[in-house]
Each structure stands twice: as C-alpha cells, then as structure tokens.
Design a protein around this ligand. Structure first.
Ligand code: ADP
Ligand code: MG
Length: 253
C-alpha cells in the first residue's frame, strides 16, 4: 500500500509519531513477524507515550521551573535532619489531591529549592500543572500588574495551577500591595490548591516579612492548617562544594 495515503490518514488523526516513521514501524513488525493485535498495541502505546511526553514538556514549560532536577540525585546522607520517608510521601503527590501544602524551611544552601523543584517535577510527570515563582519576582509582578490595573489577573494566574511553588520567602519584604495579594491567593487556594513554599525564616519571623503580624498570622493559619513542614537543619551544600574545591569559608561570598 502507498505509505503517502497512510501518512495522510495518520496526520488527520494527529498520530504524529507513527506518521513520522511509518516505513520503519511496518518493517520492524514484518521482520519480527508480530501478530496484528501486537502490532496495533505497540503502535498505540508508542503514540500514547509520545503524546504524553509532549504534554509533559508543555507542562514543564508553563510551570516556569528555573531548572529541572529529580530527587534521584539528591544526597540524603548530606542532610541527616531530613526524613527521607516523609520526602517520599510528599513525592507521591497525595497532598495535591487534598489541597495541602509543603513547607521547606532552613538556611541557605540546604536544598530547599532543589527539593521544591523535584517535588514539582514529580507532580508534573503525574499529570498535574504547576507554577513556580520566587517571592521577589512575585513582589515585582504585583507592582507591574498594579500599574496596568491587572492585579486581579495576577490572583487568577496564581490560583489556577494545581500547585503553586513560591521560593525564597523571607529574603525580601512584601509590600502593601504584594502582601494582601498573596493573602488573597492563599485564601482562595485554601483546601483547594496545593502549595510548596520555601523560606529561610522560621514562622515566628513571618510577621516581619509581610510587614503586618495580623496578616502574617492569618496567612500562616491557612497555610499550616493542612501541611507538612520540613525543617532542614543542616550545612550548606554550596559551601561543601566550595570547601571541596579548596576554598576556605572566609573567602566565600
Ligand atoms: P537552598 O534553596 O536551600 O538555598 P538549593 O536547593 O539551591 O538550596 O541548593 C544549593 C545547591 O546545592 C544546588 O545546586 C542544589 O542542587 C545543591 N544541593 C543542595 N542539597 C543537595 C543534596 N542534598 N544533594 C545534592 N545536591 C544538593
Ligand atoms: Mg533556594
């Protein structure tokens, strides 16, 4: 049969994986003498895998993760305060279905961003949507959106994804615009949408970050109600790498 006709039909169906290589797939099956049902099954499976990979790629792009890293390369022996079982539980993604939160606290370099990213990536592979933002970028986005009268759009954008990841809460203070905007997002997501938050500050210091103890308490109340907190109390992995390279801590900036 003329493969051009076949390709045309495959394209009409949107079967791009098969449409790109019909000769190879047909040759393989006749060489290996596979049954029709086996051939069809392999074809369908490959097409589905291909489509899933494309969808995953789209979700990764939309998530704005700064990089992708999986938990497989995380060195748990370096962070003994971290309970690997609890991390594995988080990686199952159960918290997402219940609209719960994961909070990673600890000093710089202990792997908070890495863990947040690997949890987000795992969720993306499970078919969820995610959106990553640093607290500082959020503050800037709010300012910009406000100038254009688009604060409501910000609230919608950050309420939409299955998981909202906010990294580096605590390095910069939220202002009179970004603090109540985040509060609205957190209130709307409460028990509906999961969040992964990272901070170098303990909960008692959150009042200062948001410039308002009452707001911070109300926010924390909602965040912590259904949540898992990882309090990481280890050394910085960045410093370890620098020490290994022969640099003294005093030289490190
Ligand atoms: P934090 O967000 O807590 O400041 P990061 O997650 O950015 O720390 O980690 C700092 C660097 O060290 C990153 O390059 C990260 O990939 C790496 N890193 C941190 N902890 C580990 C670990 N336990 N195993 C492997 N790499 C790690
Ligand atoms: Mg970080």
């Amino acid at each position: 049969m003329n493969t051009e006709l076949l390709v045309e039909r495959l394209k009409q169906l949107g079967w791009s994986y098969t449409a790109d290589q019909p000769d190879g797939l047909l040759e393989d099956s006749s060489k290996n003498n596979v049954s029709y049902s086996e051939f069809l099954y392999t074809l369908l499976s490959k097409e589905i895998e291909y489509k899933e990979a494309i969808e995953l790629e789209k979700r990764i792009k939309k998530s704005r993760l700064p990089y992708v890293k999986t938990i497989h390369d995380f060195d748990f022996s370096f962070q003994p305060s971290l309970d690997q079982k609890r991390i594995n539980e988080a990686l199952t993604g159960r918290y997402i279905h219940h609209g719960e939160n994961i909070i990673l606290l600890g000093p710089p370099g202990v792997g908070k961003t890495y863990l947040a990213i690997s949890m987000a990536f795992e969720a993306l592979t499970q078919g969820h949507t995610a959106l990553f933002i640093t607290a500082n970028d959020f503050i800037s986005e709010c300012r910009k959106a406000n100038k254009e009268g688009l604060i409501q759009r910000i609230i919608k954008r950050y309420c939409r994804p299955d998981i909202l990841i906010m990294d580096e809460i605590g390095y910069f203070s939220f202002d009179e615009l970004s603090a109540p905007t985040l509060f609205q997002i957190i209130s709307k997501r409460y028990e509906q949408g999961a969040m992964i938050l990272t901070s170098n500050k303990s909960y008692v210091e959150w009042g200062k970050i948001f410039g308002d103890d009452v707001l911070a308490t109300a926010m924390l109340d909602r965040i912590v109600h259904h949540s898992t907190t990882f309090n990481i109390k280890g050394d910085s992995y960045r410093l370890r790498e620098k020490k290994k390279a022969g640099l003294q801590p005093a030289n490190i900036r």
